[in-house]
Design a protein around this ligand. Structure first.
Ligand SMILES: Cc1cc2nc3c(=O)[nH]c(=O)nc-3n(C[C@H](O)[C@H](O)[C@H](O)COP(=O)(O)OP(=O)(O)OC[C@H]3O[C@@H](n4cnc5c(N)ncnc54)[C@H](O)[C@@H]3O)c2cc1C
Length: 299
């Protein structure tokens, strides 16, 4: 990392600036060149074959160097689903493109009426010959403004029991009928979006797994998502940056870090972060010993 992380990218990371798409793609391409991009993929698909502990250490080191986090949607989410449930054709087409950062993916799970209660999702896909016709809306879609593809949960059987009538579809974002609308969050940033589908025609070969069995793919993917989303390495970096600023910043002629109230607030955050780090390590240890992430990973 010392030799390969471009100085301009590292500086942005250290100063707490937002990485842009070019930074993220540049860094993912460098990692891929070294064979270190797909830490959770098997070696035969171009992954590292690392265990969970090695993967955890690697992520901590990346964060400590101020490297951009790996964009999870291709590598950590849809990739493992295609490896587990995809056809050989889907694997041959999509997996190398994910590794080379040719395709930027986004996640189409949540809807205005389906968040925690994801199985109540309503986006509809109706089979017409060798296509599905998709109508509906997704929301909170992170970085959809950059995406070439979206993986979507859609309802293919409205009469079946909720979890049974859902399918997992791969949709090209350039297909006519797709509209992406930005949601600007409280911090003024544009990270999440609404995505609308108006008679979007998707070839049936873009179905992953069996029709109406998409819930199995969805759950498999979330198990991967839950353990990688805590961002503890990054949070530790940000906290140490905050302390550095507070040492330099003066309040009433003294460094802010010496202010009693401020110190106790920092200590509070640090204790909470330590606690969640310990929880994360317990999950990593359980996974190392052959367990699967349970409810504690959602927590
Ligand atoms: C920054 C950000 C990025 C996101 N990116 C994506 C993305 O890329 N793709 C995507 O598909 N989704 C994305 N999401 C959506 C995210 O997965 C949902 O926000 C999440 O599933 C919760 O749904 P909700 O926001 O509708 O909240 P709700 O489900 O409406 O929950 C609101 C509150 O009610 C509580 N609650 C809900 N049900 C119960 C219950 N039965 N009992 C007790 N309490 C309950 C919840 O704990 C919560 O406090 C993103 C969200 C955020 C904030």
């Amino acid at each position: 990392m010392q030799e390969n992380l471009p100085a301009a990218i590292a500086a942005r990371g250290r100063h707490g600036k937002r990485f842009n798409k070019q930074d993220q793609v540049a860094w993912m391409r460098l990692l891929n060149k070294r064979g270190w991009l797909a830490a959770s993929w098997p070696v035969e698909f171009g992954g590292t074959g690392w265990g969970v502990v090695q993967k955890h250490i690697f992520e901590e080191e990346c964060a400590a160097f101020g490297a951009p986090a790996i964009v999870p949607f291709g590598i950590n989410m849809v990739g493992p689903v295609i490896i587990k449930f995809g056809t050989p054709e889907q694997q041959a087409h999509f997996l190398p493109r994910i590794l080379n950062s040719e395709d930027w993916w986004c996640q189409g799970y949540s809807e205005p009426g389906a968040g925690s209660d994801l199985a109540s999702l309503k986006t509809r896909a109706v089979r017409e010959g060798d296509h599905y016709v998709v109508n509906g809306q997704k929301t909170w879609t992170t970085l959809a403004q950059y995406a070439d593809w979206i993986f979507c949960l859609v309802r293919t059987d409205p009469d079946a029991q909720q979890q049974r009538g859902i399918s997992f579809l791969l949709i090209d974002m350039k297909t006519p009928g797709i509209t992406v609308r930005p949601i600007i969050t409280l911090d003024g940033e544009h990270e999440v979006n609404e995505v609308f589908f108006d008679n979007v025609r998707v070839p049936v070969q873009n179905l992953v797994g069996e029709e109406n069995h998409g819930w199995t793919c969805a759950k498999y993917l979330l198990t991967h998502e839950r353990t990688s989303i805590a961002g503890i390495g990054q949070a530790k970096q940000m906290l140490s940056r905050l302390k550095k600023i507070a040492r330099a910043e003066l309040r009433n002629g003294r460094p802010l870090i010496e202010d009693t109230l401020f110190r106790s607030q920092i200590a509070d955050v640090e204790i909470q972060l330590k606690a969640i780090e310990m929880s994360n390590l317990r999950i990593v240890a359980a996974a190392r010993d052959g367990g699967v992430p349970g409810p504690e990973s959602s927590f």
